[in-house]
Design a protein around this ligand. Structure first.
Ligand code: SAM
Length: 290
């Protein structure tokens, strides 16, 4: 016999969004592992829950705290994992312990509950038929742009998390890579007092969001590539290779500091062509220059 680890989502703002089941689990387990114990203690105090053991499980102690969780489960104690907000495992440290439990054959139960990106997607009005969630983009501009470049032709709705102090730099890069003609939605402070939504063409991102609005927690959503709103899962559409475009894109990435091989790989991936096609395009361009 072993204990069970319950993965317990918590509110992303409004405390009433905790579920009855989450409360019952948090009241009855022997231990609670939390991303930030001070943060979780406030939640527990609000609901008058006093756990026997509350300890941290965060990105810098996943090994030691993970071993502690495993040891307690093996001692037949059941516990709960919570993160600062929302569903553990979504852009926070929850994922590591799930892998460990699967590998060690230990039982866990995931409770359903709030997650910021699901709420943002549904309320955005953008297509929910197909969407991709990317969490936080790389912080470094060069890598962020290179990553965005790979998403330029994706037909589905694209979702990102972003910290407020990086939002403007991120949106400037999104605009530079995706161009003017996409619908942008920014969802701010969901379920909180100052919940607000900003919607409009990507070209207007700077006026949609006044500097004073760039506070709090944000989900950024972007309409997918319109011309490719074709059935996802079907083979990539037959691509007419536009060599000049491939060369221009590789050149632009290299000017931004991406190394040539990586730029060729990223452009091939984003354009639905092979690396060889990109290589050929570069050779042809060199020949016609020479
Ligand atoms: N596990 C969480 C979830 O399920 O949504 C996400 C954790 S991640 C560390 C935190 C990010 O989620 C924030 O930077 C923000 O992008 C997004 N987020 C969390 N709460 C939010 C809220 N109330 N409104 C808007 N975005 C939120």
């Amino acid at each position: 016999m072993t204990g069970t680890l319950y993965i317990v989502p918590t509110p992303i703002g409004h405390l009433d969004d905790i579920t009855l089941r989450a409360l019952r689990v948090l009241q009855t387990v022997s231990f609670i592992a939390a991303e930030d114990t001070r943060h979780t203690r406030k939640l527990l105090t609000h609901f008058e829950i006093r756990p026997d053991h509350l300890f941290s499980y965060h990105e810098h102690n996943t090994d030691s705290a993970g071993q502690r969780i495993v040891a307690m489960l093996r001692q037949e104690q059941s516990g709960a994992l919570v993160t600062d907000a929302g569903m553990p495992g979504i852009s926070d440290p929850g994922h590591g312990i799930i892998r460990t439990l699967i590998e060690q054959g230990l039982p866990f139960v995931v409770l359903p509950g709030p997650s910021a990106f699901v709420m943002a997607l549904v309320a955005s009005g953008l297509s929910t038929t197909h969407f991709s969630f990317f969490g936080f983009l790389p912080r470094d501009k060069k890598h962020r742009r290179a990553h965005l470049e790979t998403l330029r032709e994706r037909p589905e709705t694209l979702l990102f998390y972003e910290a407020p102090h990086r939002l403007q730099a991120m949106l400037a890069d999104v605009h530079a890579i995706f161009g003017d003609d996409r619908e942008l939605v920014v969802a701010r402070e969901l379920t909180k007092l100052h919940e607000s939504w900003y919607r409009g063409p990507l070209s207007e991102w700077a006026t949609l969001l006044a500097p004073a609005d760039v506070r709090g927690e944000m989900v950024v959503l972007l309409e997918g590539a319109r011309e490719s709103h074709v059935e996802l899962g079907a083979e990539r559409r037959a691509t007419v290779i536009d060599e000049a475009d491939l060369v221009a894109r590789v050149t632009r990435m290299m000017q931004e500091g991406v190394d040539k091989k990586e730029a060729m790989r990223l452009v091939a991936k984003a354009s639905g062509v092979t690396k060889r096609d990109v290589y050929q395009a570069l050779v042809h361009a060199r020949e016609s220059d020479g």
